[in-house]
Design a protein around this ligand. Structure first.
Ligand code: FES
Length: 113
């Protein structure tokens, strides 16, 4: 008899939304199925519409591939942010969506604080 497949929990503490997904789903797959508060457009690591702040569980997301890493570097995204369209989920995570106009998207310039 096979063991039941463990579900993975995706939480949005600021909105109270929680869903459970299968191992290896992408965040955008989960968004589509569960109407999560993540917006997306290109799904190719180009537009950055899907940026999320990872509050907990960064180690449970697939590591950024070159295109995502380059895009995040280009926009100077904080290191705890990821592009949801590029992340597969391997364990529980807590996230917050970062809208395109949100000031959290910018890492402070040197000298700013
Ligand atoms: S949807 Fe465009 S970068 Fe993710």
């Amino acid at each position: 008899m096979s063991e039941p497949v463990k579900k993975i929990k995706i939480e949005f503490p600021k909105t109270g939304q929680v869903c459970e997904v299968d191992h290896d789903d992408t965040l955008v797959d989960a968004t589509f199925r569960y109407d999560l508060p993540i917006r997306y457009r290109c799904e190719r690591a180009v537009c950055t519409t899907c940026m999320v702040e990872v509050l907990e569980g960064m180690e449970n997301l697939s590591p950024p591939e070159e295109r995502e890493a380059q895009t995040l570097k280009t926009i100077k995204a904080p290191s705890h942010c990821r592009l949801a369209c590029q992340c597969s989920v391997y364990g529980d995570v807590k996230l917050d969506y970062v809208p395109i106009t949100d000031p959290r998207r910018k890492r402070p310039e040197e000298g700013e604080v």
